[in-house]
Design a protein around this ligand. Structure first.
Ligand code: ATP
Length: 349
């Protein structure tokens, strides 16, 4: 199902939760809505589901308007499946019954699916790895299994759009990683469009075809995970998604001299967005810096102020003329060491 939002706003009283948002989602696309708490992610999802009506603008699905001020196609007529953070399973139904319910009761279930109910239940349980657990009750399931039931229930009636709102946030770290892979596999197998709300940039980067970064009810940037991570267009995206340092300095065309550089330090910034050039900044991710001993290497000078061992690398706070920088490096330095910082990946002039 393709989706088109045009100039969509949503106000609660005087408060604008969503402001004039336009977005197109292709059929079968996996789109992550990424942003901090309160930026309007859930409100956007609830409008797609049909639980909230836009104050202005319109939403079309497959070219048909489903919502505009004063009109909203009810949720049960939208061929959507939903998965929320709280699994919201029904305590009196076993696993297979959770899957059967939407097949029987969703108004938009395709006749073919309804006619082959048993087959569909078995197929969906297999897809989420619960074939052996059809007769278990919710209280007999682990957290990860409960979330799989919630996903199975959401995809049972073959929705054209799957809406997921922070579906992994109540699971532990290991299980979250495993469920990411499973959600990717389900997306591949079903081919359904997914709109996935999260405040976790790792989740969005790992799974989505495209990421919509939101702040204060507006879109900050839309792009592929690589685009968003490697070429942030705003300060907010650079910080929130790439955890970038915003090094201050002077731009001359595509060349940047950071504050505290001794005249030999110049960074190439052809790929840096114009916004940063106008603002006199260069966004540098922690892993983009190369740390070295100050003696030979030219580069920005600084002093190590904090060290954290992180397994495959160290995470440093380095104090330089412009303040504290966050830097990750496989090389070990000690507290108070003098270091020199150059840019990795041929960005150094
Ligand atoms: P979180 O990650 O914390 O769930 P979110 O990005 O999903 O945040 P929303 O739940 O969409 O944010 O809320 C956006 C803003 O709209 C918030 O400031 C919230 O307080 C406000 N809001 C949401 N629903 C209502 C409502 N029914 N009435 C009034 N204000 C609301």
């Amino acid at each position: 199902m393709s989706i088109q939002l045009t100039g969509v706003s949503k106000a609660f009283g005087k408060f604008q939760a969503i402001e004039s948002l336009s977005l197109s989602i292709q059929s079968g696309e996996f789109v992550a809505i990424l942003g901090p708490s309160g930026c309007g992610k859930t409100t956007l999802l609830r409008m797609l589901a049909g639980f909230e009506q836009p104050t202005t603008g319109e939403i079309a699905m497959n070219g048909t308007v489903v919502a505009k001020p004063g009109f909203s196609l009810p949720p049960e007529k939208r061929r959507i499946g939903m998965v929320f953070q709280a699994f919201a399973l029904w305590p009196h139904m076993n696993v297979a019954e959770h899957v059967r319910f939407p097949i029987r009761h969703h108004k938009e279930t395709p006749a073919r699916v309804r006619a082959n109910e048993q087959e569909r239940i078995a197929g969906v349980l297999q897809m989420v790895g619960l074939s052996q657990h059809g007769t278990r009750m919710p209280h007999e399931l682990s957290g990860g299994q409960k979330q799989r039931v919630a996903i199975a229930r959401a995809i049972a009636a073959e929705p054209s759009l799957l809406l997921m709102d922070e579906p992994l946030s109540s699971l532990d770290a290991m299980l979250r990683m495993e469920m990411r892979r499973e959600i990717q596999a389900i997306h591949r197998q079903t081919g359904t469009a997914i709109v996935y709300v999260t405040h976790d940039q790792g989740e969005a980067l790992a799974m989505a075809d495209r990421i919509v970064v939101m702040k204060d009810g507006r879109i900050e940037q839309i792009g592929t995970p690589q685009d968003i991570y490697l070429r942030p267009q705003t300060e907010f995206v650079a910080r929130f998604v790439s955890k970038a340092n915003l090094v201050r300095g002077r731009w001359e065309r595509n060349h940047f001299t950071p504050i505290g550089g001794d005249g030999t330090v110049r960074w190439n910034g052809e790929r840096v967005a114009d916004y940063f050039k106008e603002a006199g900044m260069y966004p540098v991710r922690p892993d983009q810096f190369q740390l070295g001993a100050p003696g030979r290497a030219r580069g920005l000078r600084g002093e190590v102020r904090n060290v954290q061992f992180q397994g495959k690398e160290f995470h440093y706070h380095v104090h330089c003329a412009d303040g504290l920088l966050e830097i990750s490096s496989p090389l070990q330095f000690q507290l108070n060491d003098e270091v020199s910082m150059t840019l990795a990946g041929g960005e150094e002039d």
